[in-house]
Design a protein around this ligand. Structure first.
Ligand code: ADP
Ligand code: ZN
Ligand code: MG
Length: 474
C-alpha cells in the first residue's frame, strides 16, 4: 500500500465585533434579537439605497492582517458575488474578489511551522433560514454583519494541525479585539479543503471541500474521515471528484452536498455603489503602532523573562486579559513569578470557571493576589490556605489581611506555645510515642495530625513536624 500525506487548506469566516454592520448602522451583534428587528433598507437591499463602508470594520481587518504579517493593498475593491438564495435579499453578497484587502503572511503553529495565508478580505454576511413545523423562515438580522474571509495556502498536513490552526486563530482574533470568537455562535466558521497525495510527491491531488465545520472538536473527525475515504477511493483505483461535503451533526458522517460550483457561476463584478478601500501609509502605521505583543511572542517572553515552564506560559497567554492579570500580579508581588503562576492557574482560573466570572467580576485583584503571596512568605498563613482564602476574598471584596483576621486563619506564630502543645500531646500518648521510638516512624504523621486538630489547622505543619521529631528523639 502507498503511504499518503494529507494536504489541507482552510477558508475561514470571522465575524467582527464592530458596533454596527459593515454598510449601515444596524447592530452587528443580532445574536439575541428577535428575528428581523435589526434590519434596514440598506442591509436588506431595497432599491435606491447606498451602502456606506464602516471604518471600524476595515481597521479590525487591518489589525489582523498586520498581526499575520500580510501585505496590505493600498487600494482594494469590493465586488458583487451574485447568487440566489432566500437568506440573501439583495441577490448578491458584497465581497472582495480579485483585489483583496491583504495577501500573504502566516500563522505559526506550536511547533513553529508557519501556515501561509493566501488572502484576507472583507465582506458582508447573509441572513439565516430555518425550518420549523413544516415551514421555512428567514431571519435577515445577520445580513450585512461584517466578516473577514481568510484563506490559507494548502500548508496544513494533519487534522490536528487544522484544529490547532483554528484554535490559534481564535486566540489571535480575541487577543486583537477583532472578534468575540464564540464558535458556538458562529463567529468563526470554517470550510476545510482536503486532498491526499503519495508521500514525497510535490504535486497536489484533487480536493474536496467540507463546508461549515464550526466547532474545533468536529473539524478533526470530519477531516480524518475524509482523508480515509479518499485513500480508500485511490487504493481501489478510483479518482477523487471535486465534491462539496457537509458534516451531518446527528450521524457524525460527511455527506455529498453538490458538485463544486465554479467561480463563473457567481458572475463577479466590481461593486459600483462603493468607492475602493484606500489604506494610506499613515493609516497603516497608526494601526501597526497600536498592535499589541502577539500571544506567541508573549508566551515566549514569559518563559524567558519569568523562567516559566512552557505549559504555564501557554496557559497564561490564552487570553490577553489573563496575561495582563498575571503580569500585574508579578509586578505587585516582586517575588517568584512561578509562585504567582501557580496561584493564577490553580486557583484564580478555577474560581472564575466555577463561578463563571468575567475579569470585571474578579475581586481578587493582582494587588490582592500579591498580598496573599506575601502572607504566605511571612508565615502568617500556610501555602495551602490560599485555596480557601481566594474565594473568601472574592466573596467579601476585602483585603486578604482583613479576611485572614476575621476568619482566624492566621497560623500560630507563638513557637513557645506550639512547643508546649506538642509536648502535651506526646505525653498524653505514651504508647504511640514508644512505638515511634521503637521504629514505627509512620506514626509521626499521626502526631502531626493531633496537633493540627488541636490548633484547628493554624499551626505550620512543617514546624510541628520539626518540634515533634525533636521531642520524640530523633
Ligand atoms: P478553488 O478554486 O477550488 O476555490 P482555491 O485554489 O481557491 O480552490 O483554494 C481554496 C482553498 O483550498 C485554499 O485554502 C487552498 O489552500 C486549498 N487548496 C487548494 N488546493 C488544494 C489541494 N489540492 N488540497 C487541499 N487543499 C487545497
Ligand atoms: Zn441595516
Ligand atoms: Mg477559490
Amino acid at each position: 500500500m502507498t503511504a499518503y500525506e494529507p494536504v489541507i487548506g482552510l477558508e475561514i469566516h470571522i465575524q467582527l465585533n464592530t458596533k454596527s454592520k459593515i454598510f449601515c448602522s444596524c447592530s452587528a451583534d443580532p445574536w439575541e434579537a428577535e428575528p428581523n428587528t435589526q434590519i434596514c433598507p440598506v442591509c436588506t437591499g431595497h432599491p435606491g439605497v447606498l451602502p456606506v463602508l464602516n471604518r471600524a470594520a476595515v481597521e479590525k481587518a487591518l489589525r489582523l492582517a498586520l498581526a499575520l504579517g500580510a501585505e496590505v493593498a493600498e487600494v482594494s475593491y469590493f465586488a458583487r458575488k451574485n447568487y440566489f438564495y432566500p437568506d440573501l435579499p439583495k441577490g448578491y453578497q458584497i465581497s472582495q474578489y480579485d483585489q483583496p484587502l491583504a495577501t500573504g503572511g502566516a500563522l505559526p503553529l506550536e511547533n513553529g511551522r508557519r501556515i501561509r495565508i493566501r488572502r484576507l478580505h472583507l465582506e458582508e454576511d447573509a441572513g439565516k433560514t430555518k425550518r420549523e413545523g413544516g415551514r421555512r423562515f428567514v431571519d435577515f438580522n445577520r445580513c450585512g454583519v461584517p466578516l473577514i474571509e481568510l484563506v490559507t495556502e494548502p500548508d496544513i498536513r494533519s487534522p490536528e494541525e487544522a484544529a490547532q490552526f483554528l484554535t490559534r486563530l481564535r486566540q489571535l482574533v480575541r487577543w486583537l479585539d477583532v472578534s468575540l470568537g464564540h464558535m458556538e455562535r458562529g463567529h468563526i466558521r470554517c470550510d476545510a479543503n482536503v486532498s491526499v497525495r503519495p508521500k514525497g510527491s510535490q504535486s497536489l491531488g484533487e480536493k474536496t471541500e467540507i463546508k461549515n465545520v464550526n466547532l474545533i472538536d468536529l473539524l478533526r473527525p470530519a477531516i480524518e474521515q475524509e482523508i480515509q475515504r479518499q485513500i480508500q477511493v485511490l487504493e481501489a483505483g478510483g479518482q477523487i471528484e471535486a465534491w462539496t461535503l457537509e458534516w451531518d451533526e446527528h450521524q457524525r458522517v460527511l455527506r455529498k452536498m453538490r458538485g463544486k460550483e465554479t467561480e463563473a457561476d457567481y458572475r463577479y463584478f466590481w461593486e459600483p455603489d462603493l468607492l475602493p478601500i484606500v489604506v494610506d501609509r499613515a493609516w497603516l502605521e497608526e494601526v501597526a503602532a497600536e498592535l499589541p505583543e502577539l500571544p506567541w511572542e508573549r508566551e515566549k517572553r514569559f518563559q524567558e523573562e519569568y523562567g516559566l515552564p512552557e505549559y504555564d506560559a501557554r496557559v497564561l497567554t490564552t487570553e490577553r486579559a489573563l496575561a495582563d492579570y498575571f503580569e500585574a500580579a508579578v509586578k505587585a508581588y516582586g517575588g517568584s513569578p512561578k509562585a504567582v503562576a501557580n496561584l493564577v492557574i490553580n486557583h484564580i482560573l478555577r474560581l472564575m470557571n466555577e463561578q463563571r466570572l468575567t475579569w470585571d467580576d474578579l475581586r481578587v485583584t493582582p494587588e490582592r493576589l500579591a498580598a496573599i503571596l506575601r502572607l504566605v512568605d511571612q508565615g502568617v498563613i500556610h501555602k495551602n490556605a490560599a485555596k480557601k482564602l481566594i474565594p473568601l476574598v472574592q466573596e467579601r471584596d476585602q483585603e486578604p489581611k482583613v479576611v485572614v483576621e476575621a476568619e482566624g486563619m492566621a497560623q500560630m506564630q507563638d513557637t513557645a506555645a506550639l512547643e508546649a502543645l506538642c509536648a502535651r500531646i506526646v505525653e498524653a500518648h505514651p504508647e504511640e510515642a514508644a512505638k515511634y521510638r521503637a521504629g514505627k516512624k509512620g506514626l509521626l504523621g499521626w502526631f502531626v495530625g493531633q496537633v493540627m486538630r488541636e490548633t484547628r489547622g493554624k499551626a505550620n505543619p512543617q514546624e510541628v513536624q520539626a518540634i515533634l521529631r525533636r521531642l520524640l528523639g530523633e
